[in-house]
Design a protein around this ligand. Structure first.
Ligand SMILES: *[C@@H]1O[C@H](CO)[C@@H](O)[C@H](O)[C@H]1NC(C)=O
Length: 476
């Protein structure tokens, strides 16, 4: 009885806070005048052109071609790549495979400034995917952890085959690197913890490890509770521990404010739909504007970012890749409630719920792990670390001006969750969207090159060239 009552109270609090968030975002959009701002004819035309540029399967985008891969389960993933998968040339080449995974509310196109880099295209096989429910990839019925991570793992295992990572005696030479941001980062932290054999290195930016966040929240609440206890015991000197308790809770309060939109996404479907697309999509537009931080944001950028979020339009839905593949049929049905698929990741606990691995997944993870010297990372052999420890070498980038995530909640203690060969790098002039900003984008390109070329030299020194002032706060 007590338990169900407290659960009901928590749900009520989540709903109330979510609802207040929707109302306050609406009021801000009204006050700023973005709420009633209809797109002009020019803006509509620019958006359509941008969608054709990003989503027409028959066209190349700056050296990248479109591919639709059908998994054994029949599920279709869309991605772009500079090399054609499953051809003798690609399988035989010794280029490392680099897989890019985007976050909310984006698609493969958030990486466009990075993956069109000619030097990178020369050096590695680039694959930028759309997550399930986003862009040109099929939808899921439910975005629970098992569904999402199973599909993602099956895709990565298949890509490793189609790009020749695990084929023949060359298997030790070819490296696989996963680069991810925001929700892509959240999911990749789970892969690095629960399926570390998928990649030799993870390069992850501005997304939380949910296990670490949970532990940080518990720690802060515990300390504050202790201080309040002290205040209670000696009321005459209460102000000191009271102030201490308040100060301890500041990061938590700040994260709670920043996370208001996550609470809003727990509300009933029509309200979430309205929140994410009402007022001429003012919420999504606000995200994209923020993603450029201090960089210039042009009308062209506005069209490209919205085209990235919205995915293929009816005009692109009938296009075909050079090898004759088409978008999944479910894309058409999704058009009306596309935003609910993005919200699904927040609603169905993709970050926190248990991943029940299928027998097929366990078998394929085992088979790629056995081809590799796992011991070389020193991971997971003797010291398992706390639950959620990342068991593959990981480079974490953190834009310090993040407007969605509090650094103290998401990064304090992260070192305990990392194994040999890992680093944490703080980017002092960058916000949440590291793949978008010019300076952090250049740093990401350098890091991918460093990882692809065998990780020679100190990464801090390598990154200091494109990003002077980068702070390496952890290196093991
Ligand atoms: C995840 O969603 C699928 C439906 O798409 C369902 O069959 C499965 O039971 C769900 N798993 C969990 C753990 O909720």
């Amino acid at each position: 009885m007590g338990k169900s009552l407290s659960r009901a109270l928590v749900s009520a609090a989540v709903y109330v806070y979510g609802f207040l968030t929707v109302v306050s975002y609406g009021l801000i959009a009204l006050a700023k005048g973005t709420y009633f701002k209809r797109p002009t004819e020019n803006e509509k035309r620019d958006l359509q052109l941008a969608r054709a540029r990003l989503w027409d399967l028959s066209k190349e985008f700056e050296g990248l071609s479109h591919h639709v891969l059908t998994l054994r389960s029949g599920f279709k993933f869309h991605f772009v790549s500079n090399d054609v998968p499953n051809t003798p040339e690609t399988i035989k080449s010794d280029k490392p495979l680099v897989i890019f995974i985007h976050g909310f509310p984006d698609s493969w196109a958030i990486w466009r400034h990075i993956i069109r880099n000619p030097g990178l295209q020369e050096a590695v096989s680039l694959v930028a995917i759309d997550l399930p429910g986003y862009g040109g990839t099929e939808s899921l019925e439910e975005y629970n952890a098992t569904n999402v991570l199973e599909k993602l793992t099956e895709l990565i295992v298949t890509l490793r085959t189609q790009y020749g990572v695990d084929s023949g005696s060359e298997s030790n030479k070819k490296r696989t690197i996963i680069v991810a941001h925001d929700w892509g980062c959240v999911l990749s932290m789970r892969l690095a913890a629960e399926a570390p054999s998928l990649a030799h290195r993870f390069i992850l930016s501005n997304g939380p490890s949910t296990k670490l966040v949970e532990s940080n929240i518990r720690r802060l609440l515990f300390s504050a509770n202790k201080m309040l206890g002290n205040a209670w015991r000696s009321p005459l000197h209460a102000h000191v521990p009271l102030m201490q308790a308040l100060r301890t809770l500041i990061p938590l309060a700040r994260q709670l404010v920043l996370s208001g939109y996550i609470f809003a996404m727990q509300l009933p479907t029509p309200i979430v739909c309205y929140f994410l697309s009402g007022g001429h999509q003012s919420f999504l537009k606000k995200c994209h504007l923020a993603s450029f931080n201090k960089d210039e944001y042009t009308l062209l950028d506005m069209a490209s970012t919205m085209a990235s979020t919205m995915g293929p339009s009816a005009a692109e839905s009938d296009t075909k890749t050079p090898s004759g593949d088409t978008y999944p049929a479910s894309l058409g049905e999704r058009a009306f409630a596309h935003v609910m698929h993005m919200a699904g990741y927040y609603r169905d606990r993709a970050a926190t719920a248990r991943w029940a691995k299928s027998a097929e997944t366990v078998a394929s993870l085992h088979s790629i792990a056995s081809g590799k010297r796992l011991a070389s990372t020193g991971a997971g052999l003797f010291d398992e670390g706390p639950p959620g420890t990342l068991k593959a070498s990981t480079t974490i980038f953190w834009g310090k001006d993040d407007i969605a995530l509090d650094q103290r909640i998401c990064l304090d203690g992260m070192g305990d969750y990392l194994v040999h060969g890992s680093q944490i790098m703080l980017l002092p002039r960058t916000g949440h969207w590291t793949p978008v900003e010019r300076e952090s984008g250049a740093a990401l390109i350098k890091t991918v090159e460093w990882a692809a070329q065998g990780e020679e030299g100190d990464i801090g020194t390598v990154i200091a060239e494109p990003y002077p002032g980068v702070q390496v706060t952890f290196s093991r």
